[in-house]
Design a protein around this ligand. Structure first.
Ligand SMILES: *Cc1c(COP(=O)(O)O)cnc(C)c1O
Length: 461
């Protein structure tokens, strides 16, 4: 399978190079040239299989040129072995026709582990085979960074540098990034917001001499391999609720649009998804765009669901690319306009987006109330991100089963959960000593040269 850039000006690549490259050299994001479609019969046979078996069947057509089948099965097995739940992504019922997909049983308690643990295995495999070494840089609003550091700590062929916004991640998130002691992982506290971190990462990818010198690789959700790994749990959950014979809808707490876009891929693969619901907090650019067609970033307002505090939602470019019928020149033009402040989605493309996506926005107050009422009515303790999803989903419940993605464990955001309910959620026993471990933090200014200097100095030559 070939992968092409959303902006149409970079060379097409196979899976291995797509994964190692991250951002395309024309500034675009890689997407599969064609999406394989499963028949109803294919989907029906997924019922009753383990998470790992479904993962193998769903991802195989995308990666088959890069790995042998049994090698890939081993990578999947290793990736999910450290999860704290045998089902990996269990479903629990919240109410009539409303289900919660618990994606927080991985080692860092957020859904990012599903993709990152597998990417760690795939990078190690590919780089060892090539005798190569890379420098991974990533921007995080908290969860990507901890998941990446956890997945890559101690690997020989990679140095990992994670930029997070200083003072704007939860203490559990920060400690998950700053306490691993392996010499190849580095948490950099940048003076700024998540969007600044993400912008500096993009700048590094566009600094070709630096990019080539350090062997830059990216594991943000701009990396298609991340999106791919997330397609799997749409299938496992939909099939357990009756797909392909019964349609299902999903509500997805959304920031960078990677998770919900994985649902879009699942739909294109033939999974009967009626609606994909984009749930945002007060940083609602996606909700505004899907409502009005205007994509104009404002300023980020910090919230109690910090992993969604985003105004430039990178993966939305992939959805736009589909909505514009794969017209790379049109996407390049929109992204140029974005530099000047924003763009207007064409009527045709907006209509195409609305055929797939619905959206909703939740205030801080509603988020807290939802955490409280969910606990009272179902006994479920929700993290604030999951609560944003539940609130938006509740307004859309109907005849079609709704699955809301629970993107993090409540113990990752204990202050917000305690403020809402009076209950302080406990960390799972396997990470109970997190607050006793020593931290390593490097402060860095929001400046490309300063960030690059730290990376040059710290990485193993
Ligand atoms: C990353 C994250 C999100 C947003 O996911 P995107 O793929 O960026 O849309 C939501 N909730 C939590 C807990 C996250 O870590």
């Amino acid at each position: 399978m070939r992968y092409v850039s959303t902006r149409g000006q970079a060379p097409s690549l196979g899976f291995e190079d797509t994964m190692l490259t991250g951002l395309a050299r024309d500034g675009g994001l890689y997407v599969p040239e064609t999406v394989p479609v499963l028949s109803e019969g294919d989907i029906a046979t997924l019922a009753g299989l383990s998470y790992e078996e479904v993962a193998q069947r769903i991802m195989w057509p995308f990666v088959s040129e890069a790995f042998a089948e049994d090698e890939f099965a081993e990578m999947i097995a290793r990736a999910y072995a450290g999860f704290g739940h045998a089902a990996r992504a269990p479903l629990v019922q919240l109410g009539p026709n409303h289900h919660l997909l618990e994606l927080f049983h991985g080692p860092t308690l957020a859904f990012k582990d599903f993709a990152m643990q597998l990417i760690g295995q795939m990078f190690e495999h590919v780089l060892t085979r090539r005798g190569d070494r890379v420098t991974i840089v990533g921007a995080t609003s908290g969860d990507t960074g901890s998941a990446a550091i956890e997945a890559f700590r101690g690997l020989d062929a990679v140095d990992v540098f994670i930029l997070y916004p200083h003072g704007r991640v939860s203490e559990v998130q920060r400690r998950q990034m700053t306490t691993p002691s392996e010499a190849n992982v580095h948490a950099l506290a940048l003076t700024g917001h998540f969007d600044d971190c993400q912008a500096r990462v993009k700048d590094m990818f566009n600094d070709f001499p630096f990019r080539d010198r350090v062997g830059l690789a990216g594991v943000n959700s701009i990396n298609f391999a991340r999106v791919l790994a997330q397609v799997v749990y749409y299938f496992t959950s939909a099939v357990s609720l009756g797909a392909p014979h019964r349609p299902v809808s999903f509500t997805v707490p959304t920031g960078n649009f990677g998770d919900v876009f994985a649902g879009h891929i699942a739909k294109r693969m033939g999974l009967p998804i009626e609606k994909l619901v984009v749930a945002t907090n007060q940083n609602d650019i996606l909700h505004r765009c899907l409502t009005t067609g205007e994509y104009r970033p404002g300023t980020v307002t910090p919230s109690i669901s910090p992993s969604m505090d985003i105004q430039v939602s990178s993966n939305f470019e992939r959805a736009l690319h589909l909505a514009y019928g794969g017209d790379g020149a049109a996407i390049a033009q929109l992204m140029d306009e974005l530099k000047g402040g924003g763009f207007t989605v064409s009527q045709g493309a907006l209509q195409a987006l609305r055929e797939v996506y619905v959206s909703g926005r939740v205030s801080e107050e509603e988020t807290s109330e939802t955490i409280q009422t969910a606990l009272a009515q179902t006994g479920e303790l929700l993290c604030p991100h999951s609560a944003v999803g539940v609130k938006v989903a509740e307004a859309l419940l109907g005849a079609t089963p709704m699955v809301t993605l629970a993107t993090a464990h409540p113990a990752k955001f204990p202050d917000a959960v305690e403020a809402a309910t009076g209950v302080r959620p406990a960390l799972p026993p396997r990470m109970a000593d997190l607050f006793e471990r020593d931290e390593r933090i490097t402060r860095v200014e929001n400046d490309l040269a300063a960030v690059e200097a730290v990376i040059d100095e710290r990485r193993a030559a």
